[in-house]
Design a protein around this ligand. Structure first.
Ligand code: NAD
Ligand code: UDP
Ligand code: UDP
Length: 313
């Protein structure tokens, strides 16, 4: 049995990751300040003697003992990370610095949940890991994009200068149960709007693209990367690309009782026009590729939101 730290374990991807790690028989310490994470994601594990929760802000140093650190703590949706851009940047930079200092002291392998946002509004399509990106350092997404870029730089710095065993995963848009209804992300917005009988809000003309990965595939990729000896960066995401309008029409088709339509609003500043991962590296190094197609992953996601919204009423 290994002891594994999961920062951000109260959040969407982190709670699915903890579930998989506990199922594998590992002991898990979850660090989370509950900024965007929810207690329900943690309380489901509290009866397990191999699980421990510490309410902690990773901007502050901490002493722990463990063999592995999955470092996911960071607000992830534009609405959440733009809420306090300085705090977002501190979380990525100071938080990652602290987790690297911890990894160095206890000689743990550390995996950073980085993001496709390091590619900004990409001018190369699909995006391979060798592409250096097109990021606006002073735009509204900068606190997140530049924060993650600096976090990646810290990771390779600690690897090359301090011999820390690091891995960088560049995660592309991921969805599934346990997203929060008010995170403003496109999958949660569209499903909640359809379930409430509201029109689906398309920003811009809906021709921008994203590639959506179901959360179980993402967790499998993260664990494979941790269990490898690779340091990456490695793209993890589903390479099947959809326009936002196609996603909206799929959601409407899958929630036929919604009886609603589409409304169009302004496109947010610096919103990437296209995004699709090149996953050749993950296939080769980790023997990994997503297995859950969009409609198959949307089914349990819609069922989850149906229950969540029902509980609110
Ligand atoms: P999430 O918001 O559900 O989870 C993030 C968690 O981090 C939350 O529980 C939050 O409370 C916690 N957190 C934030 N700041 C913290 C701090 N200073 N100290 C301690 N805990 C803190 O987001 P998610 O979708 O689960 O994303 C997890 C990670 O994956 C993030 O690092 C995100 O950048 C990355 N990522 C996610 C996606 C995606 O599509 N979901 C895409 C790319 C990258
Ligand atoms: N750190 C931590 N836990 C540890 C070891 C270090 O939180 O177990 C923090 C430490 O307080 C510092 C950061 O990680 O803020 C970087 O640590 P490192 O030892 O690399 O740098 P230094 O402390 O020498 O600046
Ligand atoms: N989007 C949209 N309507 C919404 C929410 C988002 O059209 O209600 C668009 C958004 O402008 C972007 C895409 O959907 O082009 C994905 O947005 P999200 O916030 O989910 O993720 P990110 O932009 O970080 O990939």
């Amino acid at each position: 049995m290994k002891t594994v730290v999961v920062t951000g374990g109260g959040g969407f991807i982190g709670s699915h990751l903890i579930e998989a790690l506990l199922e594998k028989g590992e002991a898990v310490i979850c660090l989370d300040n509950l900024f965007t994470g929810v207690k329900k994601n943690i309380s489901r594990f509290l009866a397990n003697p191999r699980f421990e929760f510490i309410r902690h802000d990773i901007v502050v140093p901490i002493l722990l003992e463990a063999e592995e650190i999955y470092h996911l703590a960071c607000p992830a949706s534009p609405v959440h990370y733009q809420n306090n851009p300085i705090k977002t940047l501190k979380t990525s930079v100071l938080g990652t610095l602290n987790m690297l200092g911890l990894a160095k002291r206890i000689q743990a392998r550390i995996l950073l949940a980085s993001t496709s946002e390091v590619y900004g509004d990409p001018q190369i399509h699909p995006q391979p890991e060798t592409y250096c990106g097109n990021v606006n350092p002073v735009g509204p997404r900068a606190c997140y994009d530049e924060g993650k870029r600096a976090a990646e730089t810290l990771m390779v710095g600690y690897r090359d200068y301090n011999g820390v065993n690091v891995a960088i995963a560049r995660i592309f848009n991921t969805y599934g149960p346990r997203m929060v209804p008010n995170d403003g992300r496109v999958v949660s917005n569209f499903i909640c709007q359809a379930l409430r009988g509201e029109d689906l809000t398309i920003y811009g003309d809906g021709s921008q693209t994203r590639s959506f990965c179901y959360v179980s595939d993402m967790v499998d990729g993260l664990i494979r990367l941790m269990e490898s000896t690779e340091s990456g960066p490695v793209n993890l995401g589903n390479p099947t690309e959809f326009t936002i309008e196609e996603l909206a029409r799929t959601v409407l088709r899958m929630i036929p009782e919604s009886n609603t339509g589409l409304v169009y609003g302004p496109l947010p500043v610096d919103d990437p026009t296209q995004r699709r991962p090149d996953i050749a590296l993950a296939k080769r190094l980790l023997d990994w590729q997503p297995t859950v197609p969009l409609e198959q992953g949307l089914e349990p996601t819609i069922a989850y939101f149906r229950e969540e919204l029902g509980e609110d009423q």
